[in-house]
Design a protein around this ligand. Structure first.
Ligand code: SF4
Length: 186
């Protein structure tokens, strides 16, 4: 069975790859744009992007330059660290993301029905296992062992907290992915 799963995922990957030459972007540029729209403020850096894409910093930098040239991403200085830079998706980037070719996969998955929750959990664990073998696991902030939940949260003044960075996190931050995520399962 594992060999069948591996072959199916590989087949899906090839089918999805060729659809992602769309809207003037290539598959790596789409994946970078998706990542930057989902990543939290600690993770929107060139090096975290390279880790997420499983590529070199040089290749990730070329991808970023293309996205900047198209006006989809901008570099924002980080006040606390003059050498650091944060990458933000622009309004134009958000607009093009609404025409993400990956949506055809979402539509097909929804149309098939079945226990999507179980499939999603299984694929999530598989992705994490592969990322772990590459040294970095990107995960959801709300599922991190450093995440200190404030049950009364709702307003900015009653924010959650990051136990690693010792900084407040909003409800929106809790839904983002993070390069420093630590999984409860280790
Ligand atoms: S709680 Fe974890 S995932 Fe969230 S910002 Fe802190 S280190 Fe990152």
């Amino acid at each position: 069975m594992p060999d069948k799963i591996a072959n199916l995922i590989n087949r899906l990957g090839r089918s999805i790859h060729c659809r992602q030459f769309a809207q003037g972007l290539n598959p790596a540029q789409w994946e970078a744009l998706r990542y930057l729209s989902r990543a939290n403020r600690y993770s929107r850096t060139p090096s975290a992007l390279a880790d997420y894409l499983h590529t070199t910093k040089g290749t990730a930098s070329q991808t970023l330059k293309s996205l900047e040239a198209k006006g989809y991403v901008r570099r924002v200085p980080v006040p606390e660290d003059r050498r650091a830079v944060r990458l933000d998706v622009t309004d134009a980037g958000q607009t093009v993301l609404r025409r993400d070719p990956l949506q055809c996969l979402e539509t097909s998955a929804a149309g098939l029905g079945g226990d999507l929750e179980t499939v999603s959990r299984f694929l999530g664990r598989l992705a994490a296992a592969l990322e772990r073998s590459n040294g970095k696991v990107f995960g959801l902030c709300a599922e991190c062992t450093y995440f200190c939940k404030n049950d009364e949260a709702g307003a900015e003044s009653q924010a959650h907290k990051c136990g690693l960075h010792e900084e407040p996190l909003t409800a929106m931050d809790a839904t983002k992915i993070c390069v420093s995520h630590r999984c409860a399962r280790g």
